[in-house]
Write a protein that binds this ligand. Structure first.
Ligand SMILES: *Cc1c(COP(=O)(O)O)cnc(C)c1O
Length: 376
């Protein structure tokens, strides 16, 4: 059986939760959405959350909620899934890439500081592999220029930064519930924000931009059926069926985190003496919920090691091709060489299998295969 790099862990309780939701009056826009949102808000240490259909939708809706548009600039990291940047471009913003710290792969605050301009509307950090970015340094850099700090926490729901949960620190935080992420709803995502106005605009964007509160309508006397669109939105609503899975998954998030930590520690114990690879960095003041186990293969041997592992049924992954290497950015004039640390990280990176239901014996197979492939 091939061993994937990431995978969901669905329990009998999860199945029962989804089955029960299917027999309710509401299979979308119902009470389970409210419950899932309040569960996320509690975990993230915020007052509210907006559940959406994916991590990509979360980013798109968050940029809309912040009011990002033409003439605005968004600074982000190239070491991310393309959606962190593409959703800002789709709002009409221009995207600038800051380089990353060479060890964590997270956006480098000093690189961000050097790129800040009066047009900068948002700084978007990513918690690579689940390890939070330097939020305490990024916040004042963003705020001093009147910009918003957005944290793409697709990897890091359940992580803490200086004793505070991810979600409670940045101005706006987005999550993904894709099956490989820390908790899943199949497809899904969420936005949390400290500012009620941003959260409300995000909520409205999720549902076509509809204004239902008559106190806010331009024509409030039209009739009880009346709703208005003031700004265009989309349908990014997460149905109750999937919220039922999310509610159930969140009950086990502490168990998931512990298991991921155990797997992380076993990898370190099994690989720390191997020459020619670098293991992931870990700042002492963060408590990551490890989403990935990124190793770095030195001496230009990444592809060879990757191919060997894949040929043995170990479905490793590479995270990530620098976002501006995508032809769509290349065609916009972005050139290779712009962020050397990110490019170096990419050239060496391999993500080993890391998921809560990975068995010790499968992990031992991976450890042995890595040792052999690298030649330890
Ligand atoms: C997965 C991911 C996304 C997109 O989430 P989807 O739910 O797949 O749309 C965005 N950013 C990062 C860093 C991700 O890992």
């Amino acid at each position: 059986m091939p061993i994937p790099y990431g995978k969901q862990w669905v329990s009998d309780e999860d199945v029962a939760s989804v089955a029960a939701s299917l027999q309710d009056d509401w299979i979308t826009m119902g009470p389970r959405v409210d419950q899932f949102e309040s569960d996320i808000a509690r975990l993230a240490g915020t007052r509210g959350a907006v559940a959406v259909t994916s991590g990509t939708a979360a980013l798109h809706a968050a940029y809309a909620g912040i009011g990002v548009g033409h003439g605005d600039e968004v600074i982000t990291t190239p070491l991310t899934f393309v959606a962190t940047a593409s959703t800002a471009v789709m709002r009409g913003a221009s995207v600038t890439f800051a380089d990353v710290e060479p060890d964590t792969g997270n956006i480098d605050p000093e690189s961000v500081r050097a790129l800040m301009s009066p047009k900068t509307r948002v700084v978007s950090a990513v918690d690579f592999a689940g390890h939070p970015a330097e939020l305490d340094l990024l916040l004042p850099i963003a705020h001093d220029s009147g910009a918003v700090l957005l944290e793409d926490a697709a990897h890091s729901i359940g992580s803490d930064y200086r004793e505070k949960p991810v979600g409670s620190i940045a101005d706006v935080t987005t999550f993904s519930f894709f099956p490989t992420k820390n908790v899943t709803t199949g497809e899904g995502g969420a936005v949390v924000a400290r500012d009620e106005g941003i959260l409300e605009r995000t909520r409205r964007f999720r549902s076509h931009g509809l204004v239902r509160d008559s106190a806010l309508q331009r024509y409030p006397d039209e009739g009880a059926w009346h709703q208005e669109v003031h700004e265009f939105g989309l349908n990014y609503r997460l149905p109750d069926i999937l919220c039922a899975l999310g509610i159930s998954q969140l009950r086990r998030i502490h168990e998931f985190k512990e298991r991921r930590q155990t797997i992380f520690d076993r990898y370190v114990a099994g690989l720390q003496d191997v020459e020619g690879i670098t293991l992931p960095a870990h700042r002492p003041y963060v408590s990551p919920m490890w989403h990935l186990f990124p190793i770095r293969v030195q001496d230009g041997r990444r592809r060879e090691v990757f191919d060997r592992l894949r040929s043995q049924g170990i479905i490793v992954q590479v995270n990530y091709i620098p976002a501006y290497w995508h032809p769509v950015f290349e065609d916009l004039g972005y050139r290779r060489g712009m962020c050397p640390n990110a490019e170096e990280y990419y050239r060496e990176e391999i993500s080993l299998p890391m998921f809560a239901s990975l068995t010790d014996s499968d992990q031992d197979v991976v450890i042995d295969a890595v040792r052999t492939a690298v030649g330890a």
